[in-house]
Ligand binder design. Sequence first.
Ligand code: ADP
Ligand code: MN
Length: 288
Amino acid sequence: MKALRSLDDWHFEVLRVLEEKMRHYETVPTDVVARETEASKDLTLKRLSTLHRYGLVWAPRGRERGFVLNYNGLDAIALRSVVNRGILVSIGGRIGAGKESEVYEAVTAEEERVAVKFYRMGSRSFKKYKRHRDIALHSHLYMEASRLAAKRELEALQILYPRGIKVPRPIYRNRHLLVTELIRGIELAKVKAVDDPALLLEKVLRNLVEAFRAGVVNCDLSAYNVIYLPESGDVFLIDWPQWVSPDHATAKFYLRRDIDNVLEFFERRLHHRPNKDIMREILGENVY
Ligand code: ADP
Ligand code: MN
């Protein structure tokens, strides 16, 4: 974040050239960056060194061979775009982290507090493996996957939200970054007890069935992806990048698995198991 303020337009131009050229080069040679930004090689190298010092780019084969963007660099470009477009005015602390993402709180131009999800596909393997270099060399594929995940998740929210299904209101996407309504609650997985487990389960299941009817199966639903609001007893279903449509060959299988994950949590943690008639009443014959 600090880096964002000390960089000028040219640094961002260099980052954008790297982003674009990574599709065609393993590492983008300094010459190519110089040509694309119409700057001298010396000046370009200076800019690249600054970016390198801030940890926004990598030189996996040594500086002579060239540079690639990393997730910090991609974050910088995406954040700059959302700020320049007047969507966000400031970004705050981290409020969540999952398998493939980090989520931060932010403030919009309308002074609304929102959630910003930064996809980080493959970043675990960036840390886990010793072969940093190899990972850096195909990091653009992971970044492309992150971009796609953000796009897919936005699509799901755009289908579900207008139909009244309890998901965060979608606001904006840029690259691998997705801005949505901030849900001020707790992950259901962290909840120890609730007043009325039967009612809570019914809410979750009804949302799942409505999502299915709207054309969306989550495919990764668990108590971690349900946010619970203790005050109102409301629930929100989050984390939709891997959704499929009901006419997908295994959609019913995924829906069942989502439902079973939820049922398993209610039984184990909240000691609640619905009877068959209630399940059939909520889910309908052809769903479960
Ligand atoms: P992942 O695929 O990494 O699990 P999630 O969408 O589940 O991504 O987000 C990770 C965590 O961030 C969630 O478990 C939740 O705690 C928090 N989070 C995500 N979206 C929101 C939101 N709109 N409002 C509040 N918290 C959120
Ligand atoms: Mn999640």
